[in-house]
Write a protein of this length. Sequence first.
Length: 263
Amino acid sequence: MNKTNALLLASTFFSGASFALAQNVEDTDGYERLTQYASGPVASATIISEYAHHLTVELLLAQDTSYCDVANVYSNTGGWNNNGEHVANTRVTIDTNNPSKLTASVAIPEQFLSTNKKLRVSCYDAQGTDYKVQVNIPGAPDVDWQIDVTPKGEFVHQPYSFGYHSEYHVSSRLTVNNHNNQAYCSVVANRGVELGLFSGKESKGPFHSDVFTANKDVVNVRQPVLYQILECENAAGKTLAVKVFSLTDPNGIYLLEDQLIVK
């Protein structure tokens, strides 16, 4: 082997070794809004967006001489050797008033709104060392709401208006996974009828996940419908569950509207 080829081989070897030494900085704080890093070019990352459709993460550099340039979002299947499915990519912008503050912002496709994700940011310190900084991004809360409403009292007929069931029984089972510990759930609309869906209350939080059951007899004060909307919100988005039951059919009570909306 001549001297030129040997130098080229050595250059290729050391270049590959340098690439292999890129350091991974993991998010070990779960899926919370704020992540703080003990080492690397990024001191902290904060999810500042409010809705699952558009992700915005603010990064604070540990040193002014560090920088980050590009970022990618993946579905979070765990582990550095498994990136998961690619969701979106974005550039990182610098705050003109504070060079140590960076922002990564990107739209999230509909099919990934409720999926746990990770933002992986390419960053470099003052020595040019390559870092891959991971930020865990929770999917919007998972809400499974099963509810039955059955007649209990008499049906009141009215000659010039709608008839209605005078009393009914509600049996509810609500399963929630908020994906992080700082999430809240609450009933945001009920037309004055409180069912105590969250362990006898109309709200719950902060909590990660739980199962809530409710059984209640309700006296109907001439209402044509039972109308309930609940909302669960975590660091990255909101999930609304809507249930509307008709109370005006003498033959029974039936579901008019059943929606699950991710915002």
